[in-house]
Design a binder for this molecule. Structure first.
Ligand code: FE
Length: 180
């Protein structure tokens, strides 16, 4: 928990790529949306930590950096949390939050038109829309619904100046879900 608190303290003020909020504001808002939707603790924690991969120092990110953050930040973040005793549910919700975008773009052309500019830019090097086969595989993921929910909160968590609970509040929920 200390490590995670430190990552937010070090990099939480970074801009959330091309959006009007910081990384920390984005994380807190995302967690709050999950909580307000009545999500379970693991889902709230996944919402809070879904972009943790962006906050990891470059030596952990293997140099996969560019102007829009760490490529594969979702896998990095998920593995980082798995190694620290977070559940497979937390890890998978995080690991697939980019796939959710790729899935929705495949499934629904209207969704594509609604994506923010930053989100469209990243879609390219995240692999573009899913193929039909990828989408079929994705739909049988046991956490499919939660993954799509997280995506909707992720997209809404960009409101400048919104008041939310603080980092410690969500870290204490995170601690409760951890098994190490
Ligand atoms: Fe995000």
């Amino acid at each position: 928990m200390e490590t995670i608190a430190k990552l937010f303290a070090q990099s939480g003020d970074d801009a959330y790529f091309g959006e009007p909020v910081t990384q920390l504001e984005h994380a807190l808002q995302c967690a709050q949306l999950a909580e307000k939707a009545g999500a379970d603790n693991e889902t709230v924690v996944a919402a809070f930590l879904h972009d943790i991969g962006h906050l990891l120092p470059p030596e952990l990110a293997n140099g996969y950096m560019d102007g829009y953050g760490t490529v594969d930040h979702e896998r990095l973040g998920a593995d980082f949390l798995r190694e620290r005793g977070f559940s497979e549910k937390v890890a998978q919700l995080i690991e697939h939050h980019v796939n959710a975008k790729r899935y929705l773009v495949f499934k629904n052309p209207k969704y594509f038109a609604r994506l923010s500019e930053a989100s469209l830019k990243t879609l390219e090097f995240q692999g573009g829309p899913m193929t039909r086969e990828e989408a079929a595989d994705f739909e049988i993921n046991p956490y499919f619904n939660g993954i799509l929910q997280l995506r909707t909160w992720d997209e809404q968590a960009k409101i400048p100046g919104l008041s939310t609970p603080d980092t410690d509040y969500y870290l204490s929920i995170a601690e409760k879900t951890r098994s190490l």
